[in-house]
Design a protein around this ligand. Structure first.
Ligand code: MF3
Ligand code: CO
Length: 265
């Protein structure tokens, strides 16, 4: 069942989404060569707890982190570990925060030092596809319109859409109806209505669309071990343009600061 949020619930969603956005802003300031993914996970967990939230992924069906860690060919649901980031890596950090009973979900894929041009283009395209998808999330449109917009944009650029995981409704639960695939036909699926909250999260591969899961059933990587990118926002359907409840502004601020520090070194 697709749940339409009340004004009060929407206010709760805004706050949870602001906290997850600020958490990723904090994580952004720690992403550099030599840092372990476990350290990033600790930074995120402590930030969320210090701000009165709960790390919603931690313990979710047994998941062992606050962040899903997605280094290079890891598509989703990677575990925090002792792996130290290297120059040239990309790392997605996917985070869900629960605050006062509401969930905010966002993901950003960072570069570590200098990254090759092909991978940078994959990142730009994937992020852009997220905003293209959001731009058609208008009342009266259907989920398939979002799906098809993302798929078309990424495939035109020569990339492939992961099929195994989808975006989703979100609210009092991390995952609610409807499913929001990143591929599919225009004009199909549930109709978008004001008050719906959905998380849109394109997972896009540089190479083939095929993925494999590790023995633990969680960690998912590309079959050809080429890089995969992932960006996610939680949004609200309104009477007009969608309201993007999460934001990358905190991340942009952190990254701008790091860039200035690097220049001054
Ligand atoms: N953004 C991810 C998702 O929507 C976060 C869930 S990770 C999990 O599936 F560990 F909590 F499952
Ligand atoms: Co999600």
């Amino acid at each position: 069942m697709i749940y339409i949020k009340t004004a009060e619930e929407i206010e709760g969603m805004r706050k949870a989404c602001d906290l997850v956005s600020r958490t990723l802003g904090e994580v952004a300031s720690w992403v550099k060569p030599g840092i372990t993914t476990r350290k990033l996970d600790n930074v995120a967990r402590e930030f969320i707890l210090d701000n009165g939230g709960k790390p919603a992924c931690l313990g979710y069906h047994g998941f062992p982190g606050t962040l899903c860690i997605e280094v290079n060919e890891t598509v989703v649901h990677g575990f925090p570990s002792g792996y130290a980031l290297r120059e040239g890596d990309i790392i997605g950090t996917d985070c869900v925060v629960e605050l006062n009973g509401f969930h905010g979900d966002s993901c950003y894929t960072f570069t570590v030092g200098k990254v090759d041009e092909k991978t940078l283009d994959l990142l730009r395209t994937t992020k852009e596809s997220l905003y293209k998808g959001i731009s058609v999330a208008l009342p009266g449109k259907r989920i398939g319109d979002i799906s098809n917009t993302i798929q078309t944009y990424c495939e035109k650029a020569g990339y492939n859409v992961v099929r195994e995981m989808c975006g989703h409704g979100i609210g009092k639960n991390m995952h609610e109806d409807p499913e929001v695939p990143n591929y599919g036909r225009r004009g199909i699926g549930p109709i978008l209505k004001p008050g719906m909250c959905i998380a849109i999260e394109p997972m896009i591969n540089l190479g083939g669309k095929k993925v494999v899961f590790e023995e633990n059933g969680w960690e998912c990587r590309t079959r050809d071990r080429k890089p995969s990118a992932h960006f996610e926002h939680t949004i609200l359907i309104t009477e007009g343009d969608p309201e993007i409840l999460t934001t990358f502004n905190y991340i942009d601020e952190s990254l701008a600061k790091t860039a200035v520090e690097t220049l001054n070194r």
